[in-house]
Ligand binder design. Structure first.
Ligand code: B3K
Ligand code: ZN
Length: 858
């Protein structure tokens, strides 16, 4: 297979001014006719080459004249007209089969409805078109379908509808904003709608519609409320107003990922749209709020200003994640949000950056662009914008954003053009900053301190380095903003936060007027995506854990202390005194009245096993699991009374509220339950049974179910059975039932997971269900996935190969857990590699899986 390279970018030699599409919808034989008004913008001799895959061409004409066989060529991937006029109308008619489309790209059926997913390259399976983001066209769409499909939706504004002969009907849509093909969308089917409106800052009224499965409208209320809050927030925080008169969201059950920002017609995985207290957890609510905002924010960062080519993907994704993180911080508290974002960044992006799949935020080559919707492009992409803001300051950052929106509105542009706006608005030279986009790998930063008591001076020596990543042996220094403050040994503030910009391999900073030996609080708020090590002693970390005014670093100090204790024990040198001291300090933090319950819940969660594995040369998941469990038990025993008391105090009687404060109480209560399950004596068991049995909302229910499952034996069987019985008709809740078993820490978990793939409710063609079981197991159950026999790896490889036969994109996303094979002890690493080799050798492998599995082999 041929790689696509950034360096080969050439503009498309034709403009497609308007695109008229007519869909004659039929589940197995849909006719699509396309009328493109084409104008040559490039060289005289350039042929017109349109993308098209899995299409049956029925007719083709130029200016109404059917083309003869010799006037065009068609192969499996494209249609070529070697000698095209300078300006003409091209008409094609194709036939496609949505019902057999299990790849869920292009036009497919979900739950008896038609829907589309075009990003990145799905439009080419709908009609012949220059399917690339820099070809913007004005679309008008006519949809004809049987009356069984009452709602016929597409982008833009509705312009006409009516009935046709034979029980059929039609609708016409027109989108005034030129857009790339990946933003095209169509939905047809029986849906319930929840309606509302929003008045924009300039006083325009926008109709809002959320379409869901019949009977589910009440579950869309939270998403609709989130949408209105997002619209308001974007006006206030970025001055961005919505542009069409109508904004629609549709929920579908079969979707390869979270959601899609199609112009005026967002399509969502129903798991990220539907919520009520009985079926959704607080985490679901939180994600719905964030993803509804994310897709809405794309209207400016993605749709009105789009990407010139797919190498620029972070231009829209990194910026839009940064924007949705900002909304979540405002809605739910900045420190708690930051901790969660950093936890996710480290778990996914740092792992990616440390392995064979490491790539720059703006890559320069790919086989399948689908494989580049990664944590690096999204989450590290957002961190880069966050650093830009930290370096420039909020006012200059906002000026740069305004300039970008004004200068590039209506364009398909590049990361260079984006950064140029900030350089111009701030008057700063950002050429070094651009390295963040081009260099892969997580920088390591060290800070050494030297305090001169006589002079009252502190000298900081900061260094940075980045290990080689595939294709990038030599790394250069990057500009790293490091937010630093100082505390006294008793926790008083000695010096407020200041940003030190480390932009060389090494530098020193001297601070005078420091009257006493300071404790360093560095990388406050996680001001840069780096691995920091300092010369801090445990006693310094306890100062930060107890008193840092920067809540992120307070949490971080606790995590670092816990991590070191777990790693020390896993390496065979347990520090019993340290463990006791840690439990004491944790206890003090948990009774601090000034701290929010949501924050305390985060303090109580020990570093996860995958995160610990990242810190461990030749990781041994079994040893890590045992060492972590040991600390859990230690905490549960040492803080038993306190945990039980908090568990009781955090209970909310009365009506459910999804707000952040109530969610924080539930989070702390669940964290207490999880902690107590590590000391399963009769009193704790009774409490946990009571927790599960009395749960009246899904957050409490899942918080109780996991400890039941972890207990194994009769409690596990009973809890799983009653949960399944209660929720067997609710697909989103059944996903949770599968997921909790994916995380089952008991020794028989792998066997049970394999058996679950034969369960009548296991639907491998549904990505939510598949991921709930297989991906949860492989990513979040390291002790069982890394079974010494290699059976966990073989299971994952089997699933990848099965799924690849019909859904390559989803199959490829399952490869990642095998990608880290070099980080594990050789007995395991070899078995992981063997499965990757088996995958790569498989006949008829998709490009998606081939690219990732062979890169993972390195
Ligand atoms: N832009 C889409 C992602 C499409 C993924 C295609 N493989 C959703 C989002 O990031 O908002
Ligand atoms: Zn996005």
């Amino acid at each position: 297979p041929q790689a696509v390279n950034l360096a080969d970018y050439r503009p498309f030699p034709f403009a497609i001014e308007t695109t008229r599409l007519v869909f004659d919808l039929h589940p197995t034989r849909t006719r699509v006719s396309a009328e493109l008004s084409v104008r040559r913008t490039g060289g005289k001799n350039e042929p017109l080459v349109l993308n098209g895959e899995r299409l049956k061409l029925v007719s083709i004409a130029i200016d109404g004249r059917p083309l003869a066989a010799g006037e065009y060529g068609v192969d499996a991937e494209r249609l070529t007209i070697a000698e095209a006029p300078d300006a003409f109308v091209l008409t094609t008619e194709v036939e496609i089969d949505p019902s057999s489309n299990k790849a869920l790209m292009g036009l497919y059926m979900s739950g008896g409805r038609f829907c589309t997913q075009c990003e990145a390259e799905g439009f080419r399976t709908i009609t012949y078109f220059p399917d690339r983001p820099d070809v913007l066209s004005r679309y008008s769409v006519r949809i004809e379908a049987d009356g069984k499909f009452p709602h016929l939706l597409s982008n833009g504004n509705p312009v006409a509808s009516g009935s046709l002969d034979g029980g059929r009907h039609f609708a016409e849509w027109s989108d005034p904003f030129p857009k790339p093909s990946y933003l095209f969308a169509l939905v047809a089917g029986d849906l319930d709608v929840l309606a509302d409106k929003f008045i924009t800052m300039s006083g325009r009224e926008v109709a809002l519609r959320v379409f869901v499965d019949p009977g589910q409208a009440s579950r869309a209320a939270y998403a609709l409320d989130s949408l209105k809050r997002a619209m308001k927030w974007d006006e206030e925080a970025f001055g961005r107003e919505y542009d069409l008169d109508l904004f629609m969201i549709v929920a579908v059950r079969d979707f390869n990922f979270g959601a899609m920002e199609n112009k005026g017609l967002n399509i969502f995985n129903s798991s990220l749209l539907l919520a009520d207290p009985q079926t959704a957890t607080d985490l679901d609510y939180e994600r719905i709020e964030a993803v509804v905002a994310h897709e809405y924010f794309h209207n400016w960062t993605g749709n009105r200003i789009t990407c010139r080519d797919w190498f620029q993907l972070c231009l829209k994704e990194g910026f839009t994640v940064f924007r949705d993180q900002g909304l979540s911080a405002d809605m739910r508290g900045a420190a708690v949000q930051r901790i969660k974002d950093v936890r996710a960044l480290r778990a996914r992006q740092f792992a990616e950056d440390a392995g064979p799949l490491a790539h720059p935020v703006r890559p320069s080559s790919y086989l399948k662009i689908d494989n580049f919707y990664t944590a690096t492009i999204y989450e590290k992409g957002a961190e880069i914008i966050r650093m830009l803001k930290a370096i420039l300051g909020a006012p200059a950052f906002r000026k740069g954003c305004d300039l970008y929106f004004q200068r590039h509105d209506g364009e398909a542009t590049t990361v260079e053009a984006f950064i140029a706006c900030f350089a111009e608005a701030s008057g700063r030279d950002l050429s070094g900053f651009f390295g963040w986009y081009e260099q892969a790998g997580t920088p390591s930063v060290t800070i050494e301190t030297a305090y001169d008591a006589a002079a009252g001076a502190l000298t900081l020596t900061l260094t940075q380095s980045t290990s080689p990543t595939p294709g990038q042996p030599d790394k250069k220094p990057l500009p790293i903003p490091i937010a630093i403050g100082l505390l006294a040994a008793d926790g008083r503030v000695l010096r407020d936060t200041e940003i030190v910009l480390l932009d060389q391999a090494q530098m020193t900073v001297r601070w005078d007027s420091i009257p006493e030996p300071p404790v360093l609080s560095a990388l406050r708020g996680f001001s840069a995506p780096v691995n920091l090590s300092t010369d801090a002693r445990p006693s310094d970390r306890y100062v930060l854990f107890g008193s840092d005014t920067d809540l992120f670093n307070r949490w971080e100090a606790g995590q670092t202390l816990a991590r070191d204790l777990i790693l020390t024990r896993a390496a065979g040198a347990p520090d019993e005194v340290g463990e006791e001291r840690y439990a004491d300090a944790l206890g003090r933090a948990l009774v601090d009245d000034a701290a929010e319950p949501a924050f305390k819940a985060l303090l109580l969660a020990l570093p996860s096993e995958p995160d610990l594995a990242l810190m461990f040369e030749a990781a041994d998941p079994a040893a890590l699991h045992a060492a972590r469990d040991h600390l859990r038990t230690r905490i549960a025993v040492h803080l038993g009374d306190l945990l039980r008391r908090l568990h009781g105090e955090m209970q909310i009687n009365g009506e459910f509220s999804s707000d952040a404060a109530a969610a924080g109480r539930r989070a702390l209560r669940n964290a207490c339950a999880e902690a107590l399950s590590a000391d399963p004596h009769a009193e704790n068991l009774a409490r946990l049974l009571g927790h599960f049995g009395a749960a009246r909302n899904m957050t409490d229910m899942i918080g109780g179910l996991y400890p039941m499952v972890a207990m194994g034996g009769v409690p596990r069987e009973k809890a799983l059975e009653s949960f399944h019985h209660a929720w067997r008709t609710e697909p989103l809740v059944l996903d949770k039932w599968f997921a909790v078993q994916g995380r089952d820490p008991n020794p028989d978990a792998l066997e049970r997971v394999i058996a679950l793939t034969q369960h009548p409710d296991f639907e491998p063609t549904n990505p939510n269900r598949l991921r709930a079981l297989v991906s949860t197991f492989a990513n979040f159950n390291p002790a069982r996935f890394h079974d010494p026999s290699g059976a966990g790896y073989a299971f994952l490889a089997d699933e990848i190969l099965k799924v690849d036969a019909f859904n390559p994109m989803t199959a490829a996303r399952l490869v990642e857990p095998l990608g880290g094979w070099r980080r594990y002890k050789p007995e395991l690493g070899d078995l992981m590699r063997a499965q990757l080799e088996r995958i790569v050798a498989h006949p008829n492998l998709s490009k998606n899986v081939l690219e990732l599995a062979s890169k993972a082999l390195g």
